[in-house]
Design a protein around this ligand. Structure first.
Ligand code: FES
Ligand code: FES
Length: 157
């Protein structure tokens, strides 16, 4: 057991973790972050995606002990039911959410992309979300939503 501290969605947290504990387990079971989902557990589906220092990572493959001192973000960072992030609004208005299982990870991959690239082309969007599987939408609406949100965010700059 080791005590780690890191920034989670803008707040400093301290938690005891086992040496082999995954960040997915720590977030869900110890810090009540249920938006981070367990799908495949082997780094293939992306439902467990989080941002570490604004880069996407599979939390099912990340040891919690490795995030000491780092900045971890989950979809709760982006917005909430009262104040949605433009990406969240775009996913809703473009019909990019169906069952919603992939959505938190998809939003974080899109958010990370738009931090680095304010005007991504479709190929760049596809590459950015290539680690996030969606079984419902066929991806077209998701790509449209990310493109649409990029336009809104550019206007707001
Ligand atoms: S649960 Fe982590 S990639 Fe599928
Ligand atoms: S909306 Fe169902 S898996 Fe993507």
């Amino acid at each position: 057991m080791v005590t780690i501290d890191f920034t989670l969605n803008g707040k400093r947290v301290t938690v005891d973790v086992n040496d082999n504990e995954t960040l997915l387990f720590t977030l869900r079971e110890k810090l009540s972050i249920k938006s981070v989902k367990e799908g495949c557990s082997i780094g293939e589906c992306g439902t467990c995606t989080v941002l570490i220092d604004d880069e996407t990572h599979y939390s099912c493959l990340t040891l919690s002990s490795k995030v000491t001192g780092r900045d971890v973000k989950t979809v709760e960072y982006l917005g909430n039911i009262i104040e949605l992030h433009p990406l969240q609004e775009a996913f809703i208005s473009c019909g990019a959410v169906q069952c919603g299982y992939c959505t938190p990870g998809m939003l974080l991959s899109a958010y990370s992309l738009l931090l680095k690239n304010k005007d991504p082309q479709d190929e760049e969007i596809k590459r950015a979300i290539s680690g996030n599987l969606c079984r419902c939408t066929g991806y077209i609406q998701i790509i449209e939503a990310i493109r649409y949100a990029a336009g809104i965010l550019k206007q707001n700059c």
